[in-house]
Each structure stands twice: as structure tokens, then as C-alpha cells.
Design a protein around this ligand. Structure first.
Ligand SMILES: C/C=C/C(=O)SCCNC(=O)CCNC(=O)[C@H](O)C(C)(C)COP(=O)(O)OP(=O)(O)OC[C@H]1O[C@@H](n2cnc3c(N)ncnc32)[C@H](O)[C@@H]1OP(=O)(O)O
Length: 269
């Protein structure tokens, strides 16, 4: 089956549960501090919307397990998230998933897996080396950095243990913990989950915007290069109407490009 034949494939429905402990562990894994009481203390808990992505990881994993691409060499290329309703402090999420697009990049195929629920719609963009060349459309190109000077700059220090902690929330792909598995994807050592880096950035970006991170309404970004646990990231941000565009870079250059996020005004859904 060539990669293009997966377009439109229904990946089914799943209901996945969680409790307050999962939500708190998640907040800590993406960089919440002990003083962020409404992220880490059950008495005041607000669940970070990006936590939902850990519950939906079954969907891109299902596509790999069905044989659309090789999960040992495919990497997470980009992510989009639209939040429809706040996540309860504990409960269940029922989700439906399908393959929305398959792009042909020649040497690689890019699969877009869309997951839909009452609380959110999320799209995983998966970059699968060796699966292109099936005669499909190339799809979107690399996002451009805004030409203007950034309105603000902020720092994010990832921790050396961050991927080891984040994987306990559900994404246990070996490339994030096992040096041999990382080498199979062409990386020199285990690297961060893209969703951990992206979610971690929403915390300082929310602070810079005077917003609460649990009020996230939209988020997207492309994983332009790997981030390694312990990397120090510099993030440039640009105001864009009620949204913020951002780009994060490590020493070697951009690691998240085409970043964009928006927060709900405080107190609205
Ligand atoms: C299961 C895994 C879970 C994870 O969390 S993995 C961790 C998070 N992900 C990463 O760390 C990946 C970091 N990104 C990269 O290392 C690189 O990025 C890639 C290896 C994915 C691609 O790099 P290259 O092979 O050099 O691609 P090119 O030659 O620059 O571009 C070829 C075409 O592919 C598109 N493309 C490049 N990168 C991405 C991406 N990240 N997501 C989606 N598409 C991508 C381009 O635009 C272009 O296509 P056009 O010529 O039509 O413009």
C-alpha cells in the first residue's frame, strides 16, 4: 500500500481516562513550578489543555501500527491544537481519529492525523522518511519567520530529565530514552518529545501575554530540528492580533518554526 492510499483512513474511536494525578504530573513534566498552585495542587487544579494530547497519542500510534510508516524512523513533524472546552480535573475523553492528509515530499511522506473530541481538535503531522514518491501533492512548505523584529524574547531551559519524565504520561517511543533507538532515527542521542517542548513553551508565553496557560485556545508549531534534554531555548515572539507568533531556537538554529498560539480571554471558555 503506498502512503497516499492512507488518505481518509478512519482510525476509529477511543475513550481514554485520567485523574488529577496524571494532570499534575503532566504539568510538572512540561515545566510547572511548585508555586503554580492551580497547575500542581488538586485543591485549585486547572488542567493544561495540551494535556489532552497525551490522551490522544493512541491515534498517530495506531497509524504506525497499521503499517503506514515505520515508527522507528518516523518523527513528529508538527502539531496543531484547537481547544473547544476546558478539560475536567479528571474523567474521560472520547475521541475519533482519521488520516486527514498525506503529502508527498519525494524522499518522505507527511501524514496528518486529525483527532476530534468535544474538548479539542488536534492534528499530528508525521514525517516518514522513505515513504514519499507516490505521485501525491507536496502540501505546505516550511513556515516563514516574520520579517519584523520580535516584540519579546524569552528563555526556556529544558531539563536533562525532562524527556524521561514526560514519557510517563503516555508517549513511550524508545527514541526519547534509549540511545540506540535515537540513533535509528539519525539522532546522536535521545531527544525531547516535540509535544513536551511545545507545551513547555506555552507557560512562559502565557506569562509574557498576561494569560493563564490553562486558557490556551489555539496552538501550532513545526518541529524544525530536534531538541535535546538540557537544551536552552531562546524564543522570539511577535504580537499578531489576539494571537502570538513565535519561533524557538537552540544553539544550532530554529527548533520550532511557525509557532502560533492564542489564549481565551480570562474567564471565557
Ligand atoms: C514518534 C515521534 C515523536 C516525537 O516527538 S519526535 C520529536 C519531535 N520531532 C523532531 O525532533 C523532529 C525535528 N525535525 C527534523 O529533524 C527535521 O525537520 C526533519 C528530519 C523532520 C526533516 O528534515 P529534512 O529531511 O532535512 O527535511 P527538508 O529537506 O528540510 O524538507 C523536506 C520537505 O519536508 C518538509 N518538512 C521538513 N521538516 C518538516 C517537519 N518538521 N514537518 C513537516 N514537514 C516538514 C519541508 O517543508 C520540505 O517540503 P517542501 O519542499 O514542500 O517545503
Amino acid at each position: 500500500m503506498n502512503a497516499g492510499d492512507w488518505q481518509g483512513r478512519d482510525l476509529g474511536e477511543r475513550t481514554v481516562g485520567y485523574d488529577e494525578r496524571d494532570a499534575i504530573l503532566y504539568a510538572l513534566a512540561v515545566g510547572a513550578r511548585a508555586t503554580d498552585l492551580d497547575l500542581v495542587y488538586e485543591e485549585r487544579l486547572r488542567v493544561l489543555p495540551t494535556f489532552a494530547l497525551t490522551r490522544a497519542q493512541w491515534a498517530p500510534d495506531a497509524l504506525g501500527a497499521l503499517g503506514a510508516f515505520d515508527p522507528r524512523t518516523a518523527v513528529h513533524g508538527a502539531q496543531r491544537l484547537r481547544v473547544h472546552a476546558p478539560l475536567p480535573r479528571s474523567g474521560e475523553l472520547t475521541m475519533a481519529a482519521r488520516v486527514a492528509e498525506v503529502w508527498d515530499k519525494g524522499a518522505a511522506a507527511v501524514f496528518e492525523v486529525e483527532v476530534d473530541s468535544d474538548h479539542f481538535t488536534a492534528t499530528w503531522v508525521l514525517f516518514a522518511p522513505g515513504r514519499g514518491g507516490f505521485g501525491g501533492d507536496r502540501g505546505p512548505s516550511a513556515p516563514r519567520r516574520p520579517a519584523e523584529r520580535p516584540g519579546h524574547e524569552l528563555r526556556l531551559d529544558t531539563s536533562t530529565e525532562q524527556a524521561a519524565l514526560y514519557r510517563l504520561l503516555g508517549d513511550r517511543h524508545a527514541m526519547h530514552i534509549d540511545p540506540a533507538a535515537a540513533k535509528e532515527t539519525g539522532m546522536p542521542r535521545p531527544f525531547m518529545h516535540g509535544l513536551c517542548t511545545l507545551a513547555a513553551l506555552t507557560l512562559p508565553l502565557a506569562a509574557a501575554a498576561g494569560a493563564h496557560p490553562a486558557d490556551l485556545a489555539e496552538l501550532e508549531g513545526r518541529f524544525a530540528a530536534p531538541v535535546f534534554p538540557g537544551d536552552r531555548l531562546r524564543t522570539d515572539g511577535w504580537a499578531d492580533g489576539d494571537a502570538i507568533r513565535f519561533e524557538a531556537a537552540a544553539d544550532g538554529g530554529p527548533v520550532i518554526s511557525g509557532g502560533r498560539l492564542r489564549f481565551h480571554p480570562a474567564g471565557s471558555p
